[in-house]
Design a protein around this ligand. Structure first.
Ligand code: SF4
Length: 199
């Protein structure tokens, strides 16, 4: 990742297991989102996955069930994964920029994202994926470049400082609103699958 996120002294570098990190995150109240949600949605999947998917934040269904991408957009994501031969619990780990639901499904504010990103960064370090798919503009802007546009950046490989290949694509919720985005996402996930098979 290119952005420098660690602007405060919130240091998670001594947390060496995903389970311990999840337990700690469950008690987090570093930003105001915690007060308006049911609980922290840490993420799920294979903790040793070589592929991570990162979205924006939990919605109502995710907040209620405590799991990422379980609503309509999540069901579509599972179908997209299946179409390229990938399964949620076998091949990927799924997380979000923020782990608590923003009210009314608004995008997380910059201070909320910056408060939450240390959790995600430590997740990435512990899972150590070789490929990350950024689902939507919020993930792209918070993890790569604040002014980046998903319409311009999607479908193009980026590489993090630590050598992780990064593919930005549209968020599945955008596909539900605009079916013309299905083809580009399909093409992006085919690229991801092809790269994954080379690992
Ligand atoms: S959104 Fe992230 S930083 Fe804010 S309270 Fe929830 S877990 Fe903590």
């Amino acid at each position: 990742m290119n952005k420098v996120i660690y602007e405060d002294d919130f240091d998670l570098s001594e947390i060496n297991s995903l389970e311990e990190l999840q337990n700690m995150a469950g008690n987090c109240a570093r930003c105001g989102l915690r007060g308006g949600c049911s609980g922290v949605v840490f993420g799920e999947g294979n903790p040793e996955a070589r592929l991570m998917l990162i979205g924006e934040g939990p919605g109502a269904d995710e907040d209620r069930l405590g799991r990422p991408f379980v609503g309509k957009a999540g069901q579509l994501l599972d179908k997209i994964l299946a179409a390229v031969g990938l399964e949620r619990f076998k091949h990927v780990f799924i997380a979000n920029v923020v782990k608590c639901r923003p009210p009314g499904n608004r995008a997380p504010r910059p201070n909320e994202a910056e408060s939450c990103l240390p959790w995600l960064y430590r997740q990435i370090e512990l899972i150590s994926p070789r490929i990350i798919v950024l689902l939507g503009g919020t993930a792209l802007q918070n993890l790569v470049e604040p002014d980046a546009r998903i319409t311009i950046m999607r479908g193009k490989w980026l590489v993090s400082k630590s050598g992780i290949k990064i593919m930005p694509t549209y968020h599945p919720a955008a596909l539900l609103r605009d079916t013309s985005k299905k083809r580009p996402v399909w093409e992006d996930f085919q690229k991801v699958r092809d790269e994954y098979l080379k690992l």
